[in-house]
Write a protein that binds this ligand. Structure first.
Ligand code: KIV
Length: 267
C-alpha cells in the first residue's frame, strides 16, 4: 500500500559492501545530535558516524579517553532522530569493549537499542568483533592512528610508516576475517591505504589516509570550519565558525542598541 509519502532508500551494511564492488565511493561524516545528523542525512552522505570525537568537538576534551558509554548512548539517541537514509554507526568508547567479549557485546547492544545500525571499535579486537557480529550487529573496524591509543603512540601522529605498515595491513585483514563490514584507516601513508584497499574485500574509509580508500570520513565541525583547529587532512568546505561569530556579535550589538527586536518582530 502506498502512503503517498516520498520513500527514501535506506543505506544498509550490505549496501556499503556492495558499493565497493561497484566502485562507488562511500561518503561518511560524523554527527552528534539531531540537527547535525539531519543536515548530513539530507546532504546524502552514506554513513553517519556518532564518533567518540564528540569528546573533542562537543565536550572540549583533548582526547577521547574520558568519553563514556552513557554519553555515546545519549548522542546516538539524539542523532538517530535526524537520520532517514544514511547508515548510523556509533563509536564504542574507550573502556566499553576492551575488558571482555561479553562487555563488548553488551556495550554494542546498548548502542543499537539507542538507535545505531552498526558500531565501530578501534584496533584488532578480533574476538569482540566476532561476538558482536554473531549477535547480528554490523561492525566497522578502525586501524592506523586509533585515538583511544594516543598515549601508546606518544601523540596524534601518522602510523604505519615503512615496515610498520605490515602490522596495520594485518590488523585490517584480521578485522575483515572476524566479520567487519568496513574499516576506517586513520592517518596512514597513502601508499599503505592503497595496499590495504586492494587487499581487502570490505571497503576502507579513510581519514588522513589519501585518495585510494573506498570512501572518506570527516568530522562535522572540521569540514564546516566550526572549530579552530586546522589539520592537514581536513578540507574546510566552509568557515561557519567565523560566520557564527559575526552573526552573534551583530545580534549582541542590536540588542544593546535597541535595534532588535523591531515592531515587525514583535506581537
Ligand atoms: O570519532 C571519530 O570521529 C572517528 C573518525 C575520525 C573516524 O573515529
Amino acid at each position: 500500500m502506498s502512503t503517498g509519502s516520498t520513500k527514501v532508500e535506506a543505506v544498509s551494511a550490505p549496501k556499503i559492501l556492495g558499493m565497493k564492488k561497484k566502485g562507488e565511493k562511500i561518503v561518511c561524516l560524523t554527527a552528534y545530535d539531531y540537527t547535525s545528523a539531519l543536515i548530513a542525512d539530507r546532504s546524502n552522505v552514506d554513513l553517519i558516524l556518532v564518533g567518540d570525537s564528540v569528546g573533542n568537538v562537543i565536550q572540549g576534551l583533548s582526547t577521547t579517553l574520558p568519553v563514556s558509554l552513557d554519553a555515546m548512548v545519549y548522542h546516538t539517541q539524539i542523532a538517530s532522530r535526524g537520520v532517514a537514509r544514511a547508515l548510523l554507526v556509533a563509536d564504542m568508547p574507550f573502556g566499553s569493549y576492551q575488558v571482555s567479549v561479553s562487555q563488548a557485546v553488551e556495550s554494542a547492544i546498548r548502542l543499537m537499542k539507542a538507535g545505531a545500525q552498526a558500531v565501530k571499535l578501534e584496533g584488532a579486537y578480533v574476538e569482540q568483533v566476532q561476538a558482536i557480529v554473531a549477535a547480528g550487529i554490523p561492525v566497522m573496524g578502525h586501524v592506523g592512528m586509533t585515538p583511544q591509543s594516543v598515549h601508546q603512540f606518544g601523540g596524534f601522529r601518522v602510523q604505519g610508516k615503512g615496515v610498520k605498515g605490515e602490522a596495520v595491513l594485518k590488523a585490517a585483514e584480521a578485522l575483515q576475517q572476524a566479520g567487519a563490514f568496513s574499516v576506517v584507516l586513520e592517518l596512514i601513508p597513502s601508499e599503505l591505504s592503497k595496499t590495504i584497499t586492494e587487499a581487502l574485500e570490505i571497503p576502507t574509509i579513510g581519514i588522513g589516509a589519501g585518495n585510494h580508500c573506498d570512501g572518506q570520513v570527516q568530522v562535522f565541525h572540521d569540514l564546516l570550519g566550526i572549530n579552530e583547529f586546522h589539520f592537514k587532512h581536513v578540507r574546510r568546505y566552509a568557515e561557519l565558525g567565523e560566520s557564527m561569530h559575526i552573526a552573534i556579535s551583530q545580534y549582541a550589538q542590536d540588542v544593546r542598541s535597541g535595534a532588535f527586536p523591531t515592531e515587525v518582530e514583535s506581537f
